[in-house]
Design a protein around this ligand. Structure first.
Ligand code: NDP
Length: 319
């Protein structure tokens, strides 16, 4: 089969299309024929071997998310079933081994492309605004990189909960997409803390959803209202510098660094969040913007575009 192999930790150039042997499922695992693989920022971290969470030993097949058709079943799944997943190592490949416990059925009304595009980022957006900080009707909410994959989904879900969204984006084209997803105010990154204060009558926001990290972290804290929540959930610009907890004293702020595995830790929780997200897609309530479709062999270009901030919405790879 064709697969995208990380030949060494490094830049996009280490992603190499290669012929590999088909993987063999073990007990409790499915073999799946890939229909589409999702591209996520975590794939960049995996490629780089960034930090303790993504330390790895190449060569290995990149990717974790996808959708396809079961070839060999296990658990609740039989050959022919349509499934999607957000946590199967080696998903940039024509055939993928998926733990049956990590697989989610794709409901009628959701295409394989949509499922591969929405599962990981959609469950992330869903847990952030329902569990990490349950957004309330009337809250002011700051969302960074609002035209990105997670950003567009989070903006829609937060609006559904009755909040006001202040969104950051780097270009006017991206700002227009954020507004189309429901953002009330769009601003650039320059002096965004001050802009947020102005837009909230000096109060600050109830919560900042910050996936950018290094370049926004401290200013996001400064944009919070008293007892506001700082949700640092990504590091698109790198991880922030070490932070002194005593600094949270001003305003009695809350700081958390959540990750999807801790919000999908049981099969029950995974299925519940996935059903919520996929159900909203099937019902037309959640729009999934596929901002780029690439051939599997062009994974390198997908990574280059993602890291250069040239993309909007979700990128997928097609075998
Ligand atoms: P996006 O589609 O959001 O792409 C990243 C965006 O971040 C860019 O388009 C860009 O938007 C913005 N950005 C700001 N600074 C930079 C920079 N220096 N380099 C690159 N991009 C920058 O990606 P994803 O939706 O896949 O992921 C977004 C973030 O969410 C990532 O940090 C990812 O790790 C995190 N994440 C966290 C999860 C969790 O559970 N904790 C799960 C899933 C994702 P603009 O040009 O408008 O600034």
């Amino acid at each position: 089969m064709r697969a995208i192999v990380i030949t060494a930790n490094g830049g996009p150039e280490v992603l190499e299309p290669r012929d590999e042997l088909d993987p063999r499922p073990g007990a409790g695992q499915l073999l799946v024929e890939l229909a589409a693989a999702g591209v996520n920022f975590r794939d960049v971290y995996e490629r780089e071997g960034r930090g303790a969470a993504y330390k790895n030993t190449p060569p290995l097949i990149c990717g974790a998310e996808g959708a396809g058709t079961v070839l060999e079943g296990a658990g609740d799944f039989s050959p022919g079933d349509r499934v999607c997943w957000a946590a199967a190592p080696g998903s940039y490949a024509e055939r993928v081994v998926v733990d049956a416990d990590a697989a989610v059925p794709v409901p009628d009304g959701v295409s394989a492309e949509q499922a591969a595009a929405v599962l990981l980022q959609g469950m992330t957006a869903q847990y952030l605004c329902t569990s990490t900080y349950p957004v309330q009707d009337g809250d002011d909410v700051l969302i960074h990189a609002a035209a990105g994959g997670v950003g567009l989904l989070l903006t829609q879900l937060v609006k559904r909960r009755g909040a006001r969204v202040i969104a950051t984006t780097s270009t006017e084209e991206k700002a227009a997409l954020a507004r189309a997803a429901g953002a009330d105010d769009t601003i650039g990154y320059e002096r965004f803390g001050e802009r947020v204060r102005e837009l909230t009558g000096g109060r600050g926001v109830a919560v900042a959803f910050d996936s950018v990290g290094r370049t926004t972290f401290e200013e996001s804290l400064s944009a919070l209202r008293r007892r506001g929540h700082m949700v640092l959930f990504g590091a698109a610009s790198g991880a922030p510098d070490p932070y002194e907890p005593e600094a949270l004293r001003k305003g009695s702020l809350y700081l958390t660094r959540p990750g999807l595995p801790d919000y999908t830790a049981t099969r029950e929780e995974l299925l519940e969040r996935a059903a919520d997200v996929l159900g909203r897609v099937a019902g037309g309530e959640l729009d999934v913007r596929i901002g780029g479709r690439y051939r599997l062999a062009d994974a390198r270009r997908a990574h280059e575009d993602l890291e250069a901030r040239r993309t909007t919405g979700k990128l997928i790879l097609l075998p």
